[in-house]
Design a protein around this ligand. Structure first.
Ligand SMILES: [Fe+2]
Length: 249
């Protein structure tokens, strides 16, 4: 069974719509999401509504920040989080959908395990908040501790930088991998990148397809100008949040 695994939508409806169309065009029915559905972007409600139909979603730090008290965010990110919370609290035409959306977000689990596959937002050690960056390959102690908690494959997001971490401390980017990575029984952490705010210098939305023992990295172009225009029009969303989308940073 093919599965699409995506993360860090961050309220970017144009990117999410393009990714869902790409998933649909491949006939893929199962969609897993690794958190940060909301925060930063201009369409948190619409993105949350689409995520409700996914097969699995775990909690991200921005989802948690919007629901509870944001801690440890930059001032721009914090302002975006408070604006996001306001959007979730706005009366909807349909009161039931607002309730349903809140319940959905509040009940997101911090992690999910399916046999030897783990799904988290940050890392196996700290599912909500820990970043595992490509430069962490120079910190074997950190990677070793995290790998000790992984049975097979750990899918994660949070950094918005896609790629595969191996137990012998290598980072294989999607380009290095030639677009696909073969799981060969070794433990790996797979960062699926970000749908709504990629930060690997490629502005196209990122996600992966898991098919048997292969991971296919996908990039999807979308109407970035439309998203940037919406961000510029909302005073509480810093213009930088739009500018960065154009450069994928
Ligand atoms: Fe994120």
């Amino acid at each position: 069974m093919k599965r699409a695994i995506l993360s860090d939508i961050h309220g970017n409806l144009e990117a999410l719509t393009a990714v869902l169309a790409d998933i649909d065009a491949q006939g893929i029915k199962a969609i897993y999401c690794l958190g940060d559905i909301i925060g930063y972007g201009p369409n948190p409600r619409e993105c949350a509504d689409r995520a409700m139909s996914f097969d699995l979603c775990v909690l991200g730090n921005h989802d948690q920040g919007a629901l509870f008290d944001p801690e440890g965010f930059s001032s721009g990110a914090e302002r975006a989080i408070f604006w996001t919370r306001q959007q979730l609290e706005l009366p909807d035409e349909d009161a039931a959908i607002r309730q349903k959306r809140w319940h959905f977000l509040c009940e997101l689990p911090r992690q999910c395990r399916e046999e030897e596959i783990l799904f988290v937002h940050g890392s196996a050690r700290n599912p909500l908040n820990e970043y595992v960056f490509p430069e962490d390959v120079y910190n074997p102690r950190k990677l070793g501790r995290i790998f000790s908690l992984i049975l097979g494959t750990c899918f994660q997001g949070h950094t918005h930088v896609p790629g595969v971490f191996t137990e012998d401390c290598r980072f294989v980017s999607p380009v290095d991998a030639g677009g696909s990575y073969e799981l060969n029984g070794q433990k790996v952490m797979v960062n699926v990148g970000s749908v709504g705010q990629p930060r690997d210098s490629n502005p196209n939305a990122s996600y992966v397809v898991l098919e048997d023992d292969a991971i296919h990295f996908r990039r999807v172009s979308y109407d970035i100008d439309a998203t940037v225009g919406k961000i510029y029009d909302i005073a509480d969303l810093d213009n930088f949040l739009g500018d960065r989308l154009r450069e994928g940073r």
